[in-house]
Design a protein around this ligand. Structure first.
Ligand SMILES: NC(=O)c1ccc[n+]([C@@H]2O[C@H](COP(=O)([O-])OP(=O)(O)OC[C@H]3O[C@@H](n4cnc5c(N)ncnc54)[C@H](O)[C@@H]3O)[C@@H](O)[C@H]2O)c1
Length: 350
């Protein structure tokens, strides 16, 4: 199976590609524009594999996408390319509208034209898998209740509104044109190669440097954390075994308040990397809350478990320990992201 994966140089996309190359016989065409969030160094361990090809292409560029489909003739698309950071969407929503909505529309149109031109056997087998977020559902009030595949959309931020829009486009292309689509909505991911602006890597790296650990408000926001390699396995299961037209929610059954997450990381660092800055929890600083901040997300993942037999392998305790260990062992990857050399060198300016 040849998979065209958009956003494959990002956090989750790179985990999906590493998973496919290491654990399946499939091949991958990675289509990525390489924004600040794209880092080919996250694919170093598989980049020489002859089942892997990279195409630096913007998903808003229709002509280039048409060329990629024509040249590589994929059996399925896994669409992960997106602007993904909520704070950035508040400061500058334009790129979110462009990539998440216009880019998804452009990709759907190019995929539809390509799919229409396939012979009957390949048309039947073709899949367009759109990877989305639980943030499209808005937030849950109180400690009870879970997002199911039937929960109404109520996005809060420019990021989640743009992802909700792209989900609607994908469903419409299935209903109207018959394009064989699948959608997954997943909770917060964490794990290796996570860009250091996100909560978990930010806390690890700031703590090691003795910098403050900023927590929005009281840190009472609840997120349902999923280890990124569990997500990668789920996505492969959906694209290969999922039922056309269906949506699957993916979550880790690991609801934690942000403040709990930060205390857990500090405790692991106190044990694995004691320094003059420890106990690291002393570095926690509360900062003004994010506007429109959702209080609680939690996923009912029973459908994917029941129908496709997927379950997370990591608990939060095992996954967060692995993650801290990975960051401690890969400080050079982090340094190259933080000082920008991962971008300068690929642009040939170093
Ligand atoms: N990170 C999470 O916790 C999470 C949870 C649920 C769903 N998701 C969704 O999963 C997908 C991947 O998330 P992530 O955390 O890996 O994101 P990321 O920001 O780490 O990576 C996004 C990738 O997309 C690429 N990209 C951005 N704009 C592009 C464009 N116009 N054309 C081609 N490539 C472009 C970037 O270069 C980058 O490699 C996103 O669609 C996101 O909405 C993320």
């Amino acid at each position: 199976m040849k998979l065209l994966i958009t956003g494959g140089a990002g956090f989750i996309g790179s985990a999906v590609i590493r998973h496919i190359i290491a654990h399946t016989a499939g091949s991958v065409v990675n289509v990525d524009k390489l924004t600040y969030a794209g880092n080919l160094e996250s694919l170093a361990e598989i980049s020489d594999n002859d089942r892997y090809v990279f195409e630096q292409v913007d998903i808003c560029d229709r002509a280039e996408l048409e060329r990629v489909f024509r040249e590589h003739r994929p059996d399925a698309v896994m669409h992960l390319a997106a602007e993904s950071h909520v704070d950035r969407s508040i400061d500058g929503p334009a790129a979110f509208i462009e990539t998440n909505i216009v880019g998804t529309y452009t990709l759907l149109e190019v995929a539809r034209a390509y799919w229409n031109g396939l012979d009957a056997e390949h048309r039947d087998a073709f899949r367009f898998h759109h990877i989305s977020t639980d943030e499209v559902y808005g937030d849950l009030e109180g400690p009870e209740g879970l997002f199911t595949e039937e929960t109404s959309y109520a996005p809060s931020s420019p990021y989640s509104a743009s992802k909700a829009s792209s989900d609607h486009l994908v469903r419409a292309w299935q209903r109207t044109y018959g394009l064989p689509t699948l959608i997954t909505n997943c909770s917060n991911n964490y794990g290796p190669y996570h860009f250091p602006e996100k909560l978990i890597p930010l806390v690890i790296l700031n703590a090691l440097e003795g910098k403050s650990l900023p927590i929005y408000g009281k840190g009472e926001q609840v997120r349902d954390w999923l280890y990124v390699e569990d997500h990668a396995r789920a996505l492969y299961q959906v694209v290969t075994k999922g039922e056309v037209g269906e949506t699957y929610n993916i979550g880790g059954h690991n609801e934690k308040q942000n403040i709990e997450v930060v205390h857990t990381i500090c405790a692991i660092l106190d044990e694995l990397a004691p320094s003059p800055h420890s106990p690291y929890a002393n570095l926690i600083t509360h900062v003004a809350d994010r506007p429109g901040h959702d209080l609680r997300y939690a996923i009912d993942a029973s459908k994917i478990e029941r129908e496709l037999g997927w379950r997370p392998e990591e608990t939060f305790e095992s996954g967060i320990r692995k993650t801290v260990q990975w960051y401690l062992a890969n400080l050079e990857w982090c340094r190259r992201v933080q000082d920008g050399s991962y971008q300068r060198e690929r642009l040939g300016t170093a």
